[in-house]
Design a protein around this ligand. Structure first.
Ligand code: PHE
Length: 348
């Protein structure tokens, strides 16, 4: 090996060693200048060519160029390695694969539907069928068949949404009593969850579209006691084991006798007070009203072809918004239709 070759290979060895320790681009550039730059180490060696014996000179250029090529490719490899390392460190800055991912934003079940499901679960367990009916109803089913006379205030356009003189957006779920009884003979045990419509001005307690669940049980020995037992069970399913139910005499054209249904206020467990204050949920009475009920009127039974001497039955209708408002301690019914995620997510 000539002196020149020995020098060059020592130079390459040093460069390789230094490259291994280089951590950033600036250090790399500094190495390039120091070794291959215009006044770098290779240039110094080239200048030495003139001092060589004449027979060695032609080859010396080639040997130096070959060494320069090798050093340049070593530098290129280092550039590449640094680039990769940098990319990797950037990736690990933004993606820590050991962190749990952000939770997916999923939908939640609407409070009204949740209450509906709970009611449905209770009644299907007891063997009731769950029916749904049309929201556009004949006024014959919505009113006449339910013993509601033509001069009843609800039949005025001011209280109901009429689509045609004979078609109305059902004002309650009760017309499904009529449809179910016409469809099949007794015995009958059904519930009907669904929407109903009334021409109410919207405020904290009223919407023009709301939800009810209707219940109907018809058979040969059905009496009011069954209604009370079943409603008590429904309230316990929704609000817990200490719920009681009471009836207050009332009037509906399609039931006789008729009763409003109250249940123990879940907000104060019936005491009427919460802490030192009057319970907001029930206004201090310890009871909340949940709907209407009664024994199906003989006129309704006759209307669908049943014999009131042979069968009897009860019906009830409860507002689902009411259940949900009590359960989720809400005081504005409009929240159900405003679709505010923060509200809906509470019941997820
Ligand atoms: N349909 C009545 C209402 O909407 C409730 C009801 C249903 C009352 C069944 C008695 C029997 O107010």
């Amino acid at each position: 090996m000539t002196d020149l070759e020995t020098n060059l290979s020592a130079l390459e060895g040093r460069l390789t060693a230094e490259l291994a320790g280089v951590a950033d681009e600036r250090a790399l550039e500094e190495l390039r200048v120091r070794y291959l730059g215009r006044s770098g180490e290779v240039t110094t060696i080239r200048r030495g060519i003139g001092a060589l014996p004449p027979q060695e000179r032609p080859n010396a250029g080639k040997v130096i160029n070959a060494a320069v090529e090798r050093m340049e490719s070593a530098l290129a490899v280092a550039v590449h390695r640094l680039g990769n390392a940098q990319l990797e460190s950037q990736l690990s800055e933004t993606i820590d694969v050991t962190l749990p991912g952000p939770p997916a934003r999923t939908g939640s079940i609407h409070p009204i539907r949740r209450v509906m499901q709970d009611v449905g679960r209770y009644f299907t367990r007891l063997g009731f069928a769950v029916l749904q009916g049309p929201e556009i109803e004949t006024d014959a089913n919505n009113f006449d068949a339910l013993n509601i006379p033509p001069d009843h205030p609800a039949r005025e356009g001011l209280d109901s949404f009429y689509l045609r003189p004979d078609l109305v957006l059902r004002t309650h779920t009760s017309p499904m009593q009529v449809r179910a009884m016409r469809e099949s003979g007794p015995p009958i045990a059904i519930i009907v969850p669904g929407k109903a419509y009334r021409r109410d001005a919207v405020d904290a307690r009223h919407l023009y579209q709301f939800h009810q669940v209707e219940g109907l049980m018809i058979g040969s020995d059905i009496h009011f006691g069954h209604l009370k037992g079943i409603l008590t069970g429904m309230m316990r399913e929704l609000f817990g084991p200490n719920q009681e139910v009471r009836f207050r005499p009332s009037f509906f054209p399609f039931t006789e006798p008729s009763a409003e249904i109250d249940t123990t206020c879940p907000g104060c467990a019936g005491s009427g007070t919460r802490g030192d204050a009057t319970c907001r949920t029930c206004g201090g009475s310890g009871w909340i009203e949940i709907g209407g009920s009664g024994m199906v009127h003989p006129n309704v039974l006759r209307e669908v072809g049943y014999d009131p001497e042979k069968v009897a039955g009860w019906a009830f209708g409860c507002g689902l918004e009411r259940f949900a408002m009590v359960r989720y301690e809400m005081n504005d019914i409009r929240e159900f239709v405003e679709n505010t995620p923060s509200f809906l997510e509470q019941t997820a």
